[in-house]
Design a protein around this ligand. Structure first.
Ligand SMILES: N[C@@H](CCC(=O)N[C@@H](CS)C(=O)NCC(=O)O)C(=O)O
Length: 271
C-alpha cells in the first residue's frame, strides 16, 4: 500500500501528488501541517533523515527526495508511463529534473517565504523558539539563517531568486520551441512537466508571473494547458495554493507586478 507524508501547499509534495494522480494510484493521505513541525520529530526523521516532506511509504518502506520518488513510481507502477521511451529524450528529461532540483526549487523558497504568508508564522515565534527549530533541521539550517524572521529577505536576495526563476522560464521556452510542444519534451506529458509545474504555479499564485508573460509567452500557454489536466485539478485541492491559505496576503496572478517591473528595471532581461 502507498502512503504519502506531505503538506497541502508544499511544491515538492504537489510534484509527487501530481504523478500519483496522473497514474491513478491509490494512496493513504498522511498530511502533516508545517507549523506543527512533525516533520522534525524523531519518528519522522527515521523515515526521512532530511526532515522535509514529501516521504512516500510503499508497504512501509520509506522513499524520500521528490525526484527520486517520481522515478521510483515510474519504475514500479508501469501501467502508464511519464518518461520518454527514447534513450536520448530520457536523458533530456533527467537533465531537466536535475536543473529543477538545483536551481528553481531552492529559488522559489525565497518569494514563497517573503510574500506567501510564511514570515507571518515565524514572526509570531520568539527568537529562542525560532533558533531551537533551526537547530533541529538536518539540512536547512543555513537557509533559515539567511533571512530575518520578522522582515524576511533583502531586495537583492529576492532579485537573485527572481533571476533564477526567469532563467527557468527561458529554459522552458527553449524546450517548448525545440521539441515542438505542447509539453516540455514534445507531444507527451512527462516527469519534466510534473517536476516544474508546482514551482511555476506557485510563482503565478504569488503574483510574479510577469517574469514570463511577455518575455516567454510559450510558458503561459504551457502553464494553462498543465493546469487544465484532470490530474492537476484533483491534486490542487482547496488549500494547496498559498492564495487559499493566506487570502489576505496572496492575491494571485499579476498581483506583484510592482516587484517584477522593478526587477526588470534593476536587472534588465539579461537571462
Ligand atoms: N529536495 C527535497 C526538498 C524537500 C523540501 O524542501 N520540502 C519542504 C516543503 S516544499 C519542507 O519540507 N520544508 C519544511 C521545512 O523547511 O521545515 C525534495 O525534493 O523532496
Amino acid at each position: 500500500m502507498l502512503a504519502l507524508y506531505h503538506f497541502a501547499q508544499s511544491t515538492c509534495s504537489i510534484k509527487v501528488r501530481l504523478l500519483l494522480a496522473e497514474k491513478e494510484l491509490l494512496w493513504q493521505d498522511n498530511m502533516l501541517v508545517s507549523s506543527e513541525h512533525n516533520h522534525l520529530a524523531d519518528w519522522y526523521l527515521k523515515l526521512n533523515p532530511n526532515g522535509v516532506v514529501p516521504t512516500l511509504l510503499d508497504d512501509n518502506s520509506p522513499v524520500f527526495e521528490s525526484t527520486s520518488i517520481l522515478e521510483y513510481l515510474e519504475d514500479k507502477y508501469t501501467e502508464t508511463s511519464f518518461r520518454p521511451f527514447d534513450h536520448y529524450m530520457r536523458s533530456q528529461m533527467r537533465a531537466f529534473l536535475v536543473f529543477v532540483d538545483v536551481w528553481p526549487t531552492p529559488a522559489v523558497r525565497t518569494p514563497s517565504f517573503q510574500f506567501g504568508g510564511l514570515l507571518r508564522k515565524f514572526s509570531a515565534m520568539s527568537d529562542q523558539e525560532f533558533s531551537e527549530l533551526i537547530k533541529k533541521r538536518p539540512l536547512k539550517a543555513e537557509f533559515y539563517q539567511s533571512f530575518n524572521k520578522n522582515t524576511g529577505f533583502t531586495q537583492e536576495q529576492i532579485f537573485d531568486s527572481l533571476a533564477v526563476i526567469s532563467r527557468t522560464a527561458k529554459r522552458m521556452e527553449k524546450m517548448l520551441d525545440k521539441f515542438g510542444g505542447p509539453w516540455l519534451l514534445g507531444s507527451d506529458y512527462s516527469l519534466a512537466d510534473i517536476a516544474v509545474l508546482p514551482l511555476i504555479d506557485r510563482i503565478e499564485d504569488l503574483g510574479l508571473d510577469g517574469l514570463w508573460i511577455e518575455p516567454y509567452p510559450s510558458v503561459s500557454k504551457w502553464l494553462n494547458n498543465a493546469q487544465q489536466r484532470t490530474a492537476t485539478n484533483k491534486t490542487y485541492f482547496h488549500g494547496s495554493r498559498l492564495s487559499e491559505q493566506f487570502p489576505d496576503l496572496v492575491k494571485g496572478p499579476g498581483s506583484l507586478s510592482d516587484w517584477t517591473d522593478n526587477y526588470f528595471k534593476a536587472r534588465g532581461n539579461k537571462d
